[in-house]
Design a protein. Structure first.
Length: 215
């Protein structure tokens, strides 16, 4: 019997602190992949357009208050509700470039008092596993030069410093393909580096099944 062969798309996640340039780089990467003839689409979490997403958006905009465990589970549910679509796209050969994922979920909630990393990870266990996680590393002082914090929840520097420490803990996990990028570089330099890592990850993913996160 001929071995099963896969030609799936890759799951590429961009993570990083506030204003590191994740959205800017996701858009450029998708455009570059499409121009080189590879099917690619962008996704973002939270996806504020779904029912879960609308609850999350109101919370982030401080239009509503939600209990901390509850909002954590909503962020996770917002990913799970998109898993059937993500799998379908990946299996069709579409590379997904995702702006934030479960790592933001864990880093932000575990930065709150009384939340362990382990508890925060559990609802996201089994999500499609990223083939590449690009972490856009930016010093808080450099982030400040990119403009004021917005008015949304979590947008203050003490909280963001704790969030960065939690991301650093998550990056120690050798079962994931973390690549740390110096986000203080120019948009073009960053893009070139991100494109190189992505091309490698796409080639590797083609011959592998979709993995399960933290399992
Ligand atoms: N959150 C959570 O709690 N739980 C979860 O499960 C998830 C998220 C998924 C909303 O996320 C909040 O939800 C977020 C985490 C939490 N809270 N915070 N903080 P969001 O994705 O909607 O966050 P955002 O506020 O839209 O993204 P961001 O982090 O602020 O920005 P960014 O995407 O990293 O950066 P950007 O928009 O591409 O660029 C920022 C600015 O810098 C912009 O003016 C650019 O033109 C400029 N820029 C970009 N690149 C460069 C370079 N290389 N040099 C100079 N200037 C640059």
């Amino acid at each position: 019997r001929v071995a099963m062969s896969y030609r799936r798309g890759a799951l590429i996640v961009l993570e990083g602190v506030d204003r590191a340039g994740k959205t800017t780089q996701c858009k450029k990467l998708v455009q570059a992949l499409q121009e080189s003839g590879r099917p690619a689409e962008m996704m973002r979490f939270p996806d504020r357009t779904t029912k879960m997403g609308k609850l999350i958006s109101a919370y982030l905009e401080k239009k509503s208050n939600l209990e901390d465990h509850t909002v954590h589970l909503l962020f996770s549910a917002n990913r799970w509700e998109l898993v059937p679509l993500m799998r379908q796209k990946l299996e069709q050969g579409v590379t997904l470039v995702v702006d934030r994922y479960a790592f933001s979920g864990v880093a932000f909630t575990s930065a709150k008092p009384g939340f362990s990393l382990e508890w925060c990870m559990s609802p996201d266990v089994g999500l499609p596993k990223p083939d590449l996680v690009l972490f856009l590393q930016l010093h808080p002082a450099a982030a400040e030069q990119r403009g004021e914090f917005g008015a949304e929840r979590y947008e203050n520097s003490d909280f963001q410093k704790t969030v960065l420490q939690r991301f650093e803990q998550l990056m120690k996990d050798p079962s994931l393909n973390w690549q740390v990028i110096d986000a203080a570089k120019s948009i073009e330099d960053l893009h070139k580096q991100i494109k190189t890592h992505s091309d490698t990850a796409i080639t590797t993913a083609e011959s592998q099944p979709i993995g399960e996160l933290w399992k």
